[in-house]
Design a protein around this ligand. Structure first.
Ligand SMILES: O=c1ccn([C@@H]2O[C@H](COP(=O)(O)O)[C@@H](O)[C@H]2O)c(=O)[nH]1
Length: 298
C-alpha cells in the first residue's frame, strides 16, 4: 500500500535533508545552445524540452525530494509537448523523485473529476504525485480532487497566496472580516485536518509565495496540518530569510521551489566556466546550502 503523499514527501525531505524543489520550466529562448542545434518546429522544440528536462532530472534527482514540472511550457507545444511531458514524468518515476505537477486546474465539480483523473489518476501518462489547483470555484470543485488524491495517495497544493504582485488585487480583499486568502487558507486547513496522516499533514497543501514572508508566517500559524509549496524564491526575489516562516518546528511543512535560477544557471556569470548540467548541479547545491540556514530538518 502506497503511503500518503505528504508522508512520502516528509520521508524524502528528511532523506535529502532539504526542502528545495527544482522547477522544470523549459523556455526555448533560455535553453542551452547545445540543445538548440536542430530546427525550431514544434516537434524539435518538444524533443529539446524533453532532453533538457531529463538532463536536469539526472542531475537533481539524487539531491532534492521533488521536482515541479510547469505544465504550461509543455502545453504550449501541443501534442508533441504533452508527449515530451509524459516521457519526462516516466523518467522522474524511474529515478524515484516525487512529481508536483504545476497545472493550476479546476472547474465545476463534474468537470473537475476529469482534471483529477487526468493529472492524478492511475492510468494517466501525466499522473503526478501531487497537483496544483485553483480554489476559486469553491469547496464543491475541490471535492473530486480530494477524493482522487485520497484514493491514489496523491497530494494537492491549492492556491492560497500567490507570489505575483497582482495576486493581492483579489486575494487581499476583505470579506466577512477576513481576507480572501485567509478564507481560502481556512478551507484548505479544514480539508487537511480531516485527512491528516502519520506525518500530521493532510491531503491538501497550499501554495504560498516567498514574496509575502509576513503572510507565510501568518498562514503557517493558521494552517498547522497544511504543507506549503513556496514559489518565488530565487528569480522572483524571495530569499532564504523570507521563506523561514514557512517551516514547522521540525524544519518540515514546506517545500521551496526554484525554477529559472537553477535550470538556466548556465547563463549566470558565477557558473560561466561550467557546462549546463554542471551549472544546474552547482546552482542546486548552492540553493540547498542557502536554505539549510533557515530549515533545520529533524
Ligand atoms: O504563486 C505562484 C504559483 C506558481 N508559480 C510557479 O512557480 C514557478 C516559479 O518559477 P521561478 O523561475 O523560480 O520564478 C513557475 O513555474 C511559476 O509558474 C509561481 O511562481 N507563483
Amino acid at each position: 500500500m502506497t503511503q500518503p503523499f505528504f508522508d512520502r514527501l516528509t520521508d524524502q525531505v528528511r532523506t535529502k535533508k532539504t526542502p528545495l524543489v527544482v522547477g522544470l520550466d523549459p523556455r526555448w529562448s533560455s535553453l542551452p545552445e547545445t540543445l538548440k542545434s536542430v530546427g525550431d518546429s514544434l516537434a524539435e522544440k518538444a524533443a529539446a524540452y524533453r532532453d533538457f528536462s531529463i538532463g536536469i532530472l539526472d542531475v537533481v534527482a539524487p539531491l532534492v525530494p521533488a521536482v515541479k514540472p510547469q505544465v504550461a511550457f509543455f502545453e504550449q507545444l501541443g501534442w508533441q509537448g504533452m508527449q515530451a511531458l509524459a516521457e519526462v514524468i516516466d523518467h522522474a518515476r524511474k529515478l524515484g523523485v516525487l512529481l508536483v505537477m504545476d497545472g493550476k486546474r479546476n472547474d465545476i465539480g463534474s468537470t473537475a473529476e476529469g482534471y483529477a483523473d487526468g493529472w492524478l489518476g492511475e492510468s494517466s501518462a501525466w499522473r503526478g504525485d501531487a497537483l496544483t489547483v485553483s480554489p476559486y470555484l469553491g469547496d464543491d470543485s475541490l471535492e473530486p480532487f480530494v477524493q482522487v488524491a485520497s484514493d491514489r495517495a496523491a497530494g494537492l497544493f491549492v492556491l492560497v497566496k500567490t507570489s505575483n504582485p497582482g495576486g493581492k488585487m483579489l486575494q487581499d480583499l476583505t470579506a466577512d472580516g477576513s481576507t480572501i486568502y485567509q478564507h481560502v487558507g481556512g478551507l484548505v486547513e479544514r480539508l487537511a485536518a480531516d485527512s491528516a496522516g502519520a506525518c500530521g499533514y493532510g491531503v491538501t497543501g497550499a501554495v504560498v509565495g516567498a514574496t509575502y514572508p509576513e503572510q507565510l508566517g501568518e498562514l503557517r500559524a493558521l494552517m498547522p496540518h497544511t504543507w506549503f509549496l513556496v514559489p518565488g524564491y530565487g528569480s522572483q526575489g524571495g530569499t532564504a530569510a523570507d521563506v523561514a516562516p514557512a517551516f514547522d518546528a521540525n524544519g518540515l511543512g514546506a517545500i521551496v521551489n526554484s525554477s529559472r535560477a537553477i535550470i538556466f544557471a548556465h547563463a549566470r556569470d558565477e557558473f560561466a566556466n561550467l557546462d549546463w548540467q554542471q551549472a544546474v548541479e552547482a546552482a542546486t547545491r548552492k540553493a540547498i546550502d542557502d536554505l539549510s540556514s533557515v530549515a533545520t530538518i529533524r
